[in-house]
Design a protein around this ligand. Structure first.
Ligand code: APR
Ligand code: ZN
Length: 364
């Protein structure tokens, strides 16, 4: 089957034929229907984040089940599923305490499947599976716990986005920050994930939602998802502007949704006393943000990270499905570009250029 393989950071993804072995126990073979173009994959392509190579990237996907391995009981051939990039073991400390997005067994096995091996290879060379999803390919073998069944009439491009940017973004507002009605929110970085923080904050009845980006087109686009104010941080000092828009206080909640030390500092400095700073973006591994420890104490700020929206993916993705069906989440307008798998490198060029909304591969 065809897949987009990363061999070396800084090089284009290579589209080639690779072999995919049948699913083992508690694994599922799926045909990919849609795969989102997320910045997390770009971090690996640029060497800003580490993954064992070569690897098939892609972690925001929706698919149709083709074949199930031994012992699989929760899905069957023909089912439509959202893929989770944190499938979970159900037995580790974090799974037991209900924090399934932090599963230790998943973290320990990385881009292998749970048994520590890959189903992807090319001749004798192992190929790794990003997030145990690897959906920049025609097919994938994924853990059973990474398959979240959805109704067959649910649109697949929108389903794919629930697999990452929707759950990550809406979850950051809903579960990590628990935004209170009437509050003021600032969102630094308004791409696929940031737009979902914005619509999550709107859903939770924030009164002021300040979109911050370096791109005017992305800011305009954010207004459609519930932003009430726009700040272009290239043209204006975002910290001063956020303060001005919040009566000199700073925002009740600030979200960093780009992935850099600089934007973490913007989020920290534009949060009011007693407010909450949520870091969603993945900064390059070598970067360190300058956080004033005295400000942390004297201003009693809460600084927290949010991974996969602090969600329990298999439960909370179904809530996103229902919120969309109930007209409370706008996923249709999020999908702004459709691509063929063959054009994946162009899709990432468009992401880097800051094209608004989300690109999705829908032709494999
Ligand atoms: N300040 C504010 N916004 C910025 C800045 C900056 N200095 N630099 C870039 N941006 C904007 C871009 O213009 C774009 O609109 O941040 C947005 C990032 O959006 P995407 O590229 O679509 O990235 P996304 O997929 O949303 O991921 C954001 O979340 O899950 C993590 O790994 C992911 O770190 C990444 C982050
Ligand atoms: Zn993602």
């Amino acid at each position: 089957m065809k897949a987009a393989v990363l061999y070396e950071p800084g090089k284009a993804l290579r589209l080639e034929e690779v072999e995919l072995d049948p699913p083992k126990e508690h694994e599922v073979r799926v045909r990919i229907a849609a795969a989102g173009i997320c910045r997390s994959d770009l971090h690996f392509m640029k060497g800003e984040a580490k993954i064992t190579l070569p690897a098939v990237l892609g972690h925001e996907g929706a698919a149709v089940v083709e074949q199930v391995g031994a012992g699989v009981t929760t899905v069957k051939a023909g089912d439509h599923v959202i893929l989770s990039f944190v499938p979970n073991c159900g037995r580790c400390y974090f799974c037991t305490m209900g924090r399934t997005n932090l599963c230790d067994t998943h973290a320990a096995t990385g881009a292998n499947l749970f048994d520590g091996t890959t189903r992807l290879h090319k001749n004798s060379q192992r190929i790794y599976h990003m997030g145990k999803v690897a959906c920049f390919a025609q097919e994938a073998v994924v853990p059973e716990s990474g398959c979240i069944p959805i109704p067959k009439d649910f649109p697949m491009a929108q389903a794919a986005l629930i697999g990452c940017c929707v759950t990550t973004g809406v979850g950051a507002a809903m579960f990590s920050a628990q935004v209170q009605p009437g509050s003021a929110v600032a969102v630094v970085g308004c791409g696929g994930v940031g737009l979902n923080v914005i619509q999550g904050a709107r859903l939770l009845s924030a009164s002021k939602i300040i979109a911050v980006d370096i791109n005017d087109a992305s800011l305009e686009f954010a207004m459609r998802f519930g932003a009430t104010h726009m700040v272009n941080s290239k043209a204006q000092d975002p910290v001063a502007k956020i303060r001005e828009l919040t009566g000199g206080l700073g925002a009740d909640y600030t979200f960093e949704v780009f992935g850099s030390a600089e934007t973490v500092e913007v989020a920290f400095n534009s949060c009011r006393k007693g407010g909450t700073v949520v870091v969603v973006g993945l900064a390059p591994l070598s970067q360190r943000a300058a956080i004033d420890p005295v400000a942390l104490v004297r201003f009693e700020k809460t600084l927290k990270g949010s991974y996969y929206g602090s969600s329990r993916p298999s439960l909370d993705m179904l809530r996103m499905v229902d919120l969309y069906k109930g007209g409370k989440l706008n996923l249709d307008d999020l999908v702004t570009r459709h691509y063929k798998l063959d054009d994946i490198n162009k899709a990432y060029d468009d992401l880097e250029r800051g094209a608004p909304g989300r690109g999705v591969i829908t032709s494999f």
